[in-house]
Design a protein around this ligand. Structure first.
Ligand code: COS
Length: 382
């Protein structure tokens, strides 16, 4: 996409956010669901196909472009992003990054057309941060594998057309190298879903267990066609996903800083606006600094990712910083609003709960710290 066309696209997302998404936020929260007409509009805008290469019918955004669109979109409740998030990101990128040509041809055009929703199955009841310990097993049976196990907190599972699902295909290989990434169509017999999870925030986004009971999947559905490489595929997908989460953090950070400032210049106490008090100014300034640092780091890491550099460390540093920084911004927003900040109608308490998840999913802050330190040590020893 040339710069001018891309600029128009960003502009249309901004208008959509202001005119359609922000006004419907309360309804989404109350109904715990995104209205069907908005789901359709999101599909019609092509947002499900953001990251699918143009040669497969998608928009073919670079990481920097995807980050620009996602940070625009997440000025509205992050719940809207979660509708497209797994399809744009972790659910589809295994195929884009490591898939065979046949797998790309089969799935990517459907994603681009908004006909297929992708979801990502890594986490299990006993395997969260320690992803390499996953227990879901895939047993070879002729040209097929039989998959049995439970995946937990799977975003968009009931909506999904297919899962990028990690399972242990090599029973005798412990840890990461025994895992394969499978494309598992959601309508395969033997798949069932748990109840939708009740969450602290992000009402309207759906997560639940996915239970696989002897689910038969062709061996040809192993991403890349070679067993035992699925953990690495998942890690590559998560590197990219962590940039995406930083873009989500940026969108919410912008919204919360806008809201904090607007409230501070309007609300009067002691006969003046609270923005005239230096202790409130300190909170506003700290939030602005946090916002600018997310923006700058996101721009730099996305550009380096697009240039093909090896940036695992930087992806983790970015995700850690952005998710922690937006958490601080949300906390200050509640503080600046005071009593109103605790009340549902002013929305900041909702965003405070919504952004809490950013520090957890796609790798907790503590996991990012371990990745960063490990890479630092590795680079020092190289
Ligand atoms: N890209 C490519 N390969 C990678 C990689 C990356 N970003 N990260 C790790 N690998 C490779 C390693 O090079 C190693 O390969 P070799 O055996 O050939 O050397 C293999 O994968 C195993 O890596 P490692 O030894 O680092 O795995 P660990 O089990 O020690 O830990 C962490 C990996 C903790 C980083 C991983 O489990 C993780 O990210 N956990 C968090 C999971 C997560 O984010 N869950 C969210 C669920 S999705 S919302």
């Amino acid at each position: 996409m040339d710069a001018e066309t891309f600029g128009l696209f960003v502009e249309s997302v901004r208008r959509f956010v202001d005119e359609r998404l922000i006004p419907a936020e309360d309804r989404v929260e109350e109904d715990d669901a995104i209205p069907a007409e908005i789901v359709n509009e999101i599909r019609e805008m092509g947002l499900f196909g953001l990251s699918v290469p143009e040669s497969y019918g998608g928009i073919g955004c670079t990481m920097a472009e995807e980050a620009a669109i996602i940070s625009e979109l997440t000025r509205a409740s992050v719940v809207y992003r979660s509708l497209i998030g797994t399809t744009v990101g972790i659910g589809s990128q295994g195929i884009v990054i490591d898939g065979t040509e046949a797998q790309k041809n089969e799935w990517l055009p459907k994603i681009a057309a908004g006909e297929a929703i992708a979801s990502f199955g890594l986490t299990e009841p006993e395997s969260g941060s320690d992803a390499a310990s996953l227990r879901t097993r895939a047993v070879k049976d002729g040209d097929n594998y039989r998959i049995t196990g439970t995946k937990r907190y799977i975003t968009n599972a009931p909506r999904a057309t297919f899962f990028t699902l990690m399972a242990r295909s090599e029973a005798d290989v412990a840890g990461a190298n025994g895992i394969s990434a499978f494309i598992v169509p959601a309508d395969t017999p033997g798949i069932s879903f748990g109840k939708n999870d009740k969450k602290m925030g992000q009402k309207g986004s759906i997560t639940c267990d996915v239970i696989l009971d002897d689910v038969v999947v062709p061996a040809a559905n192993i991403i890349g066609g070679v067993p035992g490489r699925g953990f690495k595929t998942a890690m590559k997908v998560l590197d990219r996903g962590r940039i995406h989460i930083a873009a989500v953090s940026l969108g919410m950070a912008r919204r919360l800083v806008e809201m904090s400032l607007a409230y501070a210049v309007d609300r009067k106490q002691f006969g003046q606006t609270i923005a005239s008090f230096q202790l409130v100014q300190a909170m506003l300034a700290d939030s602005q600094v946090d916002l600018l640092t997310i923006e700058a780091l996101l721009k730099s890491v996305a550009a380096r990712y697009d240039a093909g550099e090896s940036v695992s460390l930087e992806c983790s540093a970015l995700k850690l910083h952005a998710s922690e920084a937006v958490g601080r911004i949300a906390d200050r927003a509640v503080q600046i609003y005071g009593g109103a900040g605790y009340m549902a109608e002013y929305k900041v308490e909702r965003f405070y709960r919504d952004v809490r998840l950013l520090r957890i999913y796609e790798g907790t802050t503590q996991i990012q710290q371990t990745i960063i330190a490990k890479q630092m040590i590795r680079r020092a020893q190289a």
